[in-house]
Design a protein around this ligand. Sequence first.
Ligand SMILES: C[S@@+](CC[C@H](N)C(=O)[O-])C[C@H]1O[C@@H](n2cnc3c(N)ncnc32)[C@H](O)[C@@H]1O
Length: 345
Amino acid sequence: MSGGLTALNKITDTILNYNPTEQGVKKRGAESAGSYTLHLSDAFSWLEERDENSVHAIVTDPPYGLKEYTDIEKAKLRKGRGGVWRVPPSFDGCKRSPVPRFTVLTETDIAALRAFFEKFAKQAIRVLVPGGHVIIATNPLLSQYVYIPVMEAGFEKRGEIIRLVQTLRGGDRPKNAHKEFTGVSVMPRSGWEPWGLFRKPCEGRVQDNLRKWSTGGLRRVSGEGPFLDVIRSSVARGEERKIAPHPSLKPQAFMRQVVRAALPLGKGVVLDPFMGAGSTIAAALAVGYTSIGIEHDKTYFQTAEKAVPSLAEMKVKGALSLVSSVGGEGGATERPKTNSHRKGR
Ligand SMILES: C[S@@+](CC[C@H](N)C(=O)[O-])C[C@H]1O[C@@H](n2cnc3c(N)ncnc32)[C@H](O)[C@@H]1O
């Protein structure tokens, strides 16, 4: 391993293992550096009340099938029977968590999904400061229904962050005909999760916007290392799931990298309007950022209240490689190629 890479690994370890107790963490209260506030509320009502130009980044994992977080489907999930939630087959010796079956969405569900993201995007662009980013989790089957309304609201698409992870099922043989068609996969077994990356247009050049609003770019991993758009990850496992039992919990190792990148100067407020058990908020706390989390389900909200400080204190393994490698998984040991002379727009 090169000396440069060793230095980058050290920096990443510091990012991933920030000790929040050294920062004088405040739960609730004023939006001061390193504090966080959680609201038990409907995201849309909360966004409506929020001042314009008062949030610096939105990092969120919304209910992208919508159906899966209706009261009926949550009741089925909590009973462990029926509905859109399915337990995927074990592929790595681990017991898998239920995932929603998005292929069951009807045209009406899809229209509702588009309407949901239209509403979200219109409110998001109002509360974000110019140059503020939205980083939004989705999946390869549905991302178009999320991205188009977000762009129609006025956001610029700035790319996608590819989380390399096996979360969705797929790769199955034709149902009830698997013996006849042994060599057929109905669809690919998914090995990645897209996170759409969008930006509210800047006021003037990026440098002007950075000076005025502290936004417009992404925070580099280090002086030498840009933020990369492919991140090797795993599903949240073991201790994290115990601390924060939520069916869509995202792992800290991944969230800390994404949340840190969302504020280029480390200043401002990160919002997660669909926070679930609070993995975004915990990641913000771990990297010393101010954040706000909204959740409308009382059980998940109470889970987040307890989980955020514990998740933030967790040590997670992390190392940089050709793609940012997290969760102790291997990666190429080459130094990342930087492109530090290109001007950003
Ligand atoms: C995909 S989960 C987020 C999980 C989160 N990433 C975590 O790691 O725990 C989406 C969450 O949004 C919540 N939700 C759905 N609609 C909402 C709304 N209108 N307002 C607030 N929360 C909402 C759901 O209850 C669910 O917990």
